[in-house]
Design a protein around this ligand. Structure first.
Ligand SMILES: [Zn+2]
Length: 232
């Protein structure tokens, strides 16, 4: 009886409501367009599914990025602003969505030796690293930077309209699969875990910056937004 089920009881047609079960007929209400299911009433929004881009969607956004003059940029604003403005998302994940329990060797915050601006996640060399959300690659280091980051990828995100940048340093040499200006989604592999730069063992130092270009606790932030995250 879907035709009745969509109506709150108070709005049932009295004639229909009074029918005995064995004499019920949908005929009287079937002609009333207001009693049919709208498509939006039965579509359940899957946030993961909606965050994944179709080929066409990605190509359209990439065309915008390719037309922008942006290049590597480090600061609290997007390197590719037009593309960034079109990529608002609310879906975030850890860089290792396939790993259910993330080991942490050093957390965000003060430690002996100074302030640690990210969270260290030790995983096997080559473990695939994905972006924490859809975004645009704003910088790539091929092991040639003085800061100790080794091979690194930086991605700009538009999270509910807010600028967020994520860093993925210490990647395995030669593992980086993206370039500056590339549109990425949550399924894109950026590269693999390594120990390049100032690092004592294979790990990802996940660091995230806000629009003031201040680092904030990445896993705490992800934990409050992402339901599948389990930190071990
Ligand atoms: Zn670190």
């Amino acid at each position: 009886m879907p035709a009745q089920a969509v109506q709150p009881p108070g709005e049932l047609d009295p004639q229909v409501a009074q029918l005995e079960p064995e004499t019920q007929s949908l005929d009287p209400v079937a002609a009333d367009a207001s009693t049919v299911f709208a498509r939006d009433d039965i579509v359940v929004r899957d946030p993961l599914e909606s965050a994944l881009m179709s080929e066409g969607e990605r190509a359209a956004l990439q065309a915008v990025a390719d037309s922008e003059p942006g290049g590597s940029y480090y600061g609290g604003r997007p390197a590719f602003p037009a593309t960034w403005s079109m990529m608002e998302t609310d879906y975030v994940q850890t860089p290792f969505p396939q790993v259910t329990q993330l080991p942490i060797s050093s957390g965000f915050g003060y430690r002996s030796g100074g302030f640690h601006g990210g969270t260290d996640i030790p995983l096997a060399p080559g473990q695939e690293i994905r972006p924490v959300a859809n975004g645009v690659v704003s910088a790539v280091w091929q092991g040639d930077n003085p800061g100790g980051g080794g091979y690194a990828v930086f991605v700009d995100h538009n999270i509910d309209g807010q600028f967020v940048q994520s860093w993925y340093p210490h990647m395995q040499a030669g593992s980086i699969r993206v370039e500056v200006g590339q549109v990425v989604d949550i399924s894109t592999v950026l590269g693999g875990v390594g120990s390049t730069g100032r690092s004592t063992g294979p790990h990802l130092h996940l660091e995230m910056k806000n629009s003031d270009y201040v680092s904030f606790d990445p896993l705490r932030w992800l934990q409050t937004r992402e339901t599948r995250l389990e930190v071990g």
